[in-house]
Design a protein around this ligand. Structure first.
Ligand SMILES: NC(=O)CC[C@H](N)C(=O)O
Length: 441
């Protein structure tokens, strides 16, 4: 049975960051003036992009009342306020601990099928800009935030987050206790949920929708991959370049499988001197090898890695022929192609603060991560090595099979958003391609 949000467990949670006065004020007429002043004040502090849009429903009233429900599969109902698109959407709720970079997160295709809940309580203050897109589209199911900034203030900002999501038909909610939801996800694991602005649907309808939907065993890659091969040339812009991945002066041809590839992987490879051909997820191994690549990259991508056996088959046919590098989904597909198994984690890793140890160098990197599945290192055959370990839960964060020129990471060396500690791995891939080329000559 669906229950209202104010359950015993929620009441026993500590209060969210800075939320109590504002939350109380939604219910007390006496405090309404105070809310009005906070909103006005934040808009007037904006240097450039005062938020005057009406998509938040502020038109004609100084505040907005809850008009959306997030119903989780455990029966809890979270009242919230909508921004971006309206409607009804089902997905899996995951929490992301990144402090910055919501635009890169929104455009990371690996989030297809998921609601991203940002644990950082204040989102939207830098707006949206033209540079920080990680793909052409937003594929995620929706965005959940504690406090949505009414104004934007950033020199690159061209649009408010709310308008951006509305144009892309992505639902967002705010003024919901993201901390309490995160604690629930940490305790019970990832949960399916339904977000709805449709008042005609009962809580029970929405709960049923969540129960009838599944992300496990579904091929989400085919919905996000490109439809035809293309060349990628853009490098990291000179003002952002930090130059740790610079190449060895030679130009290597990399065929990059697009399972939902993030643009920054391509930018980092281009900055390291590679010529890059991006191919769709269904591109055959023989066609890829005909392109005479010096190396093949298997990209990140959404969903369950065991739901895409055709991609594992392609990986199997390529390994051992040219050096390969797998990132996140690519790493999981490589694990399976080598005969290993992947499994679903309790709530995964999503954020820019995950400590990982490079076992070979005995060096700790703070990494950007976004995954719900992992490779079971014990299932891997002889010859495979675990090269990186996640220091939070000791899960496998990287693999190598030196005899076959294979390297892979479970996390995101391209960051975007996140720290740059792992960027040198692109240089390692270049080095591997160079060694293989020298051997062949
Ligand atoms: N970023 C990714 O490639 C995600 C991989 C996979 N979809 C997972 O959730 O584990």
């Amino acid at each position: 049975m669906a229950t209202r949000a104010a359950t015993t467990s929620l009441l026993s949670d500590p209060p969210s960051f800075g939320s109590s006065s504002r939350r109380t004020s939604q219910h007390k007429t006496g405090n309404a003036v105070r809310v009005f002043m906070v909103i006005r004040c934040s808009a007037s502090l904006s240097t450039s992009n005062s938020f005057t849009d009406t998509t938040l429903g502020l038109k004609g009233k100084p505040w907005k009342i809850a008009d959306t429900r997030l119903v989780l599969e455990d029966g809890s109902v979270w009242n919230a306020k909508s921004f971006g698109a309206s409607g009804t959407q089902v997905g899996e709720v995951v929490f992301n601990t990144s402090l910055t970079g919501y635009q890169e997160i929104l455009t990371d295709p690996s989030y297809a099928g998921q609601f991203v809940l940002m644990t950082n309580p204040h989102i939207g203050n830098t707006g949206i800009n033209v540079d920080d897109e990680e793909s052409q589209q937003c594929f995620l199911s929706g965005l959940v935030v504690r406090s949505l900034s009414m104004s934007t203030s950033n020199w690159r900002c061209t649009e408010h987050l709310s308008d951006y999501l509305a144009k892309r038909n992505i639902m967002g909610i705010y003024d919901v206790d993201t901390r309490a939801i995160t604690r629930r996800l940490r305790q019970d694991g990832s949960l399916r949920g339904v977000l709805s602005t449709d008042a005609s649907k009962t809580d029970k309808d929405l709960l049923e929708m969540s129960h009838n939907w599944s992300i496990v065993g579904v091929d989400l890659i085919s919905g996000v991959s490109c439809s035809a091969p293309y060349e990628w040339v853009d490098k990291t812009g000179s003002e952002w370049e930090f130059n740790t991945a610079s190449g060895v002066g030679k130009r290597f041809h990399v065929v990059a499988y697009d399972f939902g590839i993030k643009h920054n992987i391509l930018r980092r490879l281009a900055s390291a001197g590679c010529k890059i051909t991006v191919v769709p997820s269904t591109w055959s191994a023989s066609e890829a090898l005909k392109m005479k690549p010096d190396g093949v990259l298997f990209s990140n991508g959404p969903g369950d890695p065991s739901a895409v056996p055709y991609a594992v088959e392609t990986v199997k046919q390529i390994i051992g022929k040219v050096p390969v590098f797998g990132i996140c989904m690519g790493h999981q597909l490589l694990g399976q192609a080598l005969g290993g198994k992947t499994f679903k984690m309790k709530f995964g890793h999503h954020g820019g603060n995950h400590p990982v140890r490079d076992i070979r160098k005995n060096r700790v990197e703070i990494s950007a991560q976004n995954h719900n599945y992992a490779v079971d290192p014990d299932s891997l055959p002889e010859g495979a090595q675990m090269t990186h370990i996640n220091l939070n839960d000791k899960s496998c964060a990287g693999l190598a099979f030196p005899a076959l020129n294979i390297m892979s990471l479970q996390y995101h060396p391209e960051a975007s958003p996140g720290p740059h500690d792992s960027d040198s791995v692109f240089g390692e891939f270049i080095f591997m391609m160079e060694q293989a080329k020298q051997k062949a000559e």
